[in-house]
Design a protein around this ligand. Structure first.
Ligand code: 13P
Length: 283
């Protein structure tokens, strides 16, 4: 069933209060949506978020992916929110809110501080009309959302705790994505989160924190982040790699008969297994 905005925010707050986190899984197509839903159904009591857009809209088309994610969540026995990830575009945010998205991330992290505040405030205003909750970002994350680039953390762009407190108070945002050494995609060297910075942010910021770039972060680091206020983690590259490994392995047997269905199924199962591993790691 679709986890409504208010219920999703309650789940996020409860996770924050108990040192747990909701996973936000990025979906690009039918098989990734179905794999995420299968993982959620295998873990009753663990709400998840399907992050459908904004970058995946370029692959799947905006309206088809919106419908796919919302319909799959609504038809499931699991509690699944549908979330817009990394949107810089208020029109896109409005389209998703009107369609029924239960949360959105407005990403003004590339903007000067005052402009990030202004963009985020407007997204919060629009989301309130639809009962959706809002995540914003302060500090910049290296790497790419769709491709692993072996990026390294950039010390200059880490989230400043005092600025984070000011930002949250000025915007009324429900959750804050932070840059604490995390990177989008896999990295050449294992990520080492700046846990002291995370603790400092937690002590100044009252809302749940969000850790983007969770793929490849060692489990001990993830657990340490959960103990310091992170209540949502975003996972994309791990699902992409699982999908690609599975379809590569399935191809030789499928090619002689042009059996595309077996390849797609293998990809879907691999996404479900990878998402399940993440849910288990957060439990
Ligand atoms: P990864 O690709 O590193 O899992 O990051 C996902 C993410 O942060 C999406 O917003």
């Amino acid at each position: 069933m679709l986890l409504t905005g208010p219920d999703g925010l309650k789940a996020l707050t409860a996770a924050h209060d108990h040192g747990r986190a909701l996973p936000g899984f990025v979906a690009y197509n039918l098989e990734t949506v179905q794999g995420i839903v299968a993982a959620a159904e295998a873990h009753p009591g663990h709400p998840v978020l399907i992050q459908a857009g904004s970058s995946p809209f370029r692959h799947a088309g905006r309206d088809p992916l919106i419908r796919l994610a919302l319909d799959a969540a609504a038809a499931s026995s699991a509690r699944i929110g549908v979330h817009l990830d990394h949107s810089r575009d208020l029109d896109e945010i409005t389209v998703c809110l009107e369609a029924g998205y239960t949360s959105v991330m407005v990403d003004g992290s590339h903007l000067p501080f005052a402009e990030n505040i202004a963009l985020t405030r407007e997204a919060v205003r629009r989301a309130r009309d639809h009962g959706a909750w809002v995540e914003a970002e302060l500090g910049a994350l290296p790497g790419d959302e769709d491709v692993s680039t072996n990026a390294a953390a950039c010390a200059a762009a880490l989230t400043d705790p005092a600025q984070a407190a000011e930002f949250v108070a000025a915007t009324g945002v429900d959750a804050l994505a932070v840059a604490v050494g995390n990177v989008h995609g896999f990295t050449a060297e294992p990520v080492r989160l700046d846990l002291d910075r995370l603790s400092a942010i937690r002590s100044t910021v009252p809302v749940p924190l969000v850790l983007h770039g969770a793929s490849g972060v060692p489990e001990a680091q993830l657990r340490a982040a959960l103990a310091r206020g992170v209540a949502k983690i975003n996972v994309n590259a791990e699902l992409r790699r699982a999908y690609l490994d599975a379809i590569s392995a399935a191809l030789p047997a499928a090619l002689p008969g042009s059996d595309a269905v077996s390849v797609w199924s293998a990809g879907r199962s691999a996404v479900a297994e990878a998402a399940s591993r993440v849910i288990n790691a957060l439990s």
